[in-house]
Design a protein around this ligand. Structure first.
Ligand SMILES: CC(C)(COP(=O)(O)OP(=O)(O)OC[C@H]1O[C@@H](n2cnc3c(N)ncnc32)[C@H](O)[C@@H]1OP(=O)(O)O)[C@@H](O)C(=O)NCCC(=O)NCCS
Length: 177
């Protein structure tokens, strides 16, 4: 029995959160920091279950993205991962479908920073590559994040977007995008 359950962080018990965190640490194999986990909290999680096992995780949290003179209310997708032995069964697609509903209903756009491996996955959905320069609003002002250029994808919503314009994310510890 496979299903996706959607819940706010506040409604997930500590054991389920710990299982999701362990899954992310295993999938990203040393590339998953405490900051990365913290970035996934405080919003809505989609968890893929096979029976009583968690086999996939994704979350959407609110961030502000500066673009075109506005501070857009963005649903930022974090921590998308499916257990290596349970891929290509539609788990990520089902989790993203649930989170895209949240993005469309609650935010002006969706955004995420993709891994190389997941580009085809997002591009196969309605996500568009951000082609313009990216930057972050740091405590000392706006700073370019050129290493992230090309790796940010957005789910257009109600906000007017110029995908070749500048996109600036709000500040946070750890990876800013
Ligand atoms: C990317 C990832 C989440 C996809 O999970 P998944 O459950 O296997 O994805 P799905 O089965 O829902 O795939 C749906 C569709 O996306 C596309 N897709 C998924 N993974 C793909 C891949 N590695 N390469 C090309 N297309 C892919 C396919 O079109 C697929 O449909 P199909 O299987 O009928 O061809 C998974 O590979 C993963 O955890 N990777 C490691 C972590 C990671 O990179 N996460 C992304 C962070 S931004």
């Amino acid at each position: 029995m496979t299903e996706v359950r959607v819940a706010h962080t506040a409604d997930l018990d500590p054991a389920t959160l710990a299982t999701a965190r362990a899954l992310l640490e295993r999938v990203f194999d040393g590339g998953w920091s405490d900051h990365d986990w913290e970035h996934s909290l405080g919003g809505v999680h989609a968890l893929a279950w096979e029976g009583d096992e968690v086999v996939g995780h994704a979350a959407v949290v609110q961030r502000r993205l500066l673009h075109g003179g506005r501070a857009l209310r963005a649903g930022y997708v974090e921590g998308v991962a499916v257990r290596a032995d349970r891929r290509r069964r539609g788990h990520a697609a089902a989790m993203m479908e649930a989170l895209e509903r949240v993005v469309r209903g609650a935010y002006e756009l969706g955004a995420l920073g993709t891994t190389d491996e997941a580009v085809d996955f997002y591009a196969g959905r309605a996500w568009k590559q951000w082609r313009g320069p990216t930057s972050a609003l740091t405590p000392t002002g706006i700073r370019r994040t050129e290493d992230e250029d090309g790796g940010i994808y957005v789910l257009p919503g109600t906000a007017a977007l110029d995908l070749s314009g500048e996109l600036t994310c709000d500040w946070r510890d750890g990876d800013v995008w």
